[in-house]
Design a protein around this ligand. Structure first.
Ligand SMILES: [Mg+2]
Length: 364
């Protein structure tokens, strides 16, 4: 048996923007160009769900439409997170009529579809067929733009294949820690601390920010803030934010081998950069690409969905349908640019932006 393969660029071209809100198509403006035009006060690109995010996205889509001689009348949105994607749809709805589809697959549950105002929630990706039916009274044509979330929607479908996306991040954490700590790297204690602090009860401290979390775990197992002291300071309330953590590490004395990362992250944090740990994200890019189209065609679907990042057939099919009706397709993701694009050095070695990397298509 053979799997079909394609790249997202075959559908989207370079109409893709990662977290920096800079379209990969250089003919389109991004956050930096639009900030002044839209009178936004944000210094850093706004995040999904924020009002400014919606304003920038709508403006980019208007430009993309103008370039092909069309107006922007309506939006469609495909995503996977109940909170962030639903908030993004709501923010976009203040500008244009919109309908969204959000799925997280759960095969243990019986199939369920629920419509709340302008969003259809489903526990199967095949629920997209019902979404298509729901669009009977919502024109899909040249005046429509389809916003496609990439991470865990177009590929690594939530509830089905997202474990492969998460394992790329975990592998990146290990690589980064190994590179920094060498022989002293103890994978088990690093993993235990990461899994503990990644829980919701510690979001007050980590802000659910993977860059912060990677840095915190590295500093802790690397000797700048012993894990036991860290956990007891968190439970006693002596420590409650990253600024405090950085200060405490400096007081304790940061080991020499951790200094470059400590400086990179603490300075980025001071500047307000929400993705301050660039080195970690570069590892994440490499580990993500390494999990695309690497298993042989004889691999069973079940194994493939566990070990490889694949495209979501139902989503791709829906995109083709909308494109055939004339809709503009645009890929939009919160994935940091550093985790999605090769450095110039890697590019010279043949590494490609994620949307240009061939992936297999595989469903359940
Ligand atoms: Mg997503």
């Amino acid at each position: 048996m053979g799997y079909r393969r394609m790249t997202l660029a075959e559908l989207l071209g370079d109409l893709v923007a990662f977290r920096s809100l800079t379209p990969q198509d250089e003919g389109l403006p991004g956050f930096l160009q639009l900030r002044g035009r839209l009178g936004l006060s944000e210094e850093h690109p706004p995040r999904k769900g924020e009002a400014a995010y919606a304003r920038v996205v709508v403006e980019i889509l208007r430009e993309a439409q103008a370039r092909r001689g069309a107006r922007l009348h309506r939006l469609l949105y495909l995503g996977d997170t109940k909170r962030n994607d639903a908030l993004t749809i709501k923010a976009l709805s203040h500008h244009l009529p919109i309908r969204g589809f959000i799925a997280a697959e759960s095969l243990e549950e019986s199939q369920r579809i629920e419509i709340k105002t302008r969003v259809m929630f489903a526990n199967r990706w095949e629920g997209l067929a019902a979404f298509q039916d729901w669009l009977e009274d919502f024109p899909v044509d040249e005046g429509t733009a389809l916003i496609l979330d990439l991470d865990k929607t177009a590929f690594g479908a939530r509830g089905r294949n997202d474990g492969a996306v998460d394992s790329a991040r975990m592998a990146a954490l290990y690589r980064m820690a190994e590179e920094t700590l060498g022989q002293d790297f103890q994978r088990e204690s690093f993993k235990a601390l990461y899994l503990k602090l990644n829980k919701q009860e510690y979001h007050f401290f980590t802000r659910d920010n993977q860059d912060y979390l990677a840095y915190i775990c590295l500093m802790a197992v690397g000797g700048a803030y012993p894990p036991s002291a860290l956990l007891s300071d968190l439970s006693s309330g002596r420590l409650h934010d990253l600024a405090g953590f950085i200060r405490r590490c400096q007081e304790n004395g940061v080991p020499r081998r951790l200094l470059p990362i400590h400086q990179e992250v603490s300075q980025g944090h001071l500047r307000g950069d929400p993705t301050p740990f660039k080195g970690f994200r570069r590892w994440e890019y490499r580990e993500t690409v390494a999990r695309m189209d690497w298993l042989p065609d004889t691999t069973s679907r079940e194994e493939l969905l566990k070990g490889e990042i694949v495209l979501t057939p139902e989503v791709i099919e829906f995109c083709h349908w909308a494109k055939d009706k004339g809709a503009l397709l645009f890929g939009l993701t919160d994935k940091p640019d550093e985790a999605s694009l090769p450095t110039p050095k890697l590019r010279a070695q043949g590494y490609l932006p994620l949307h240009h990397v061939p992936m297999k298509l595989a469903g359940p």
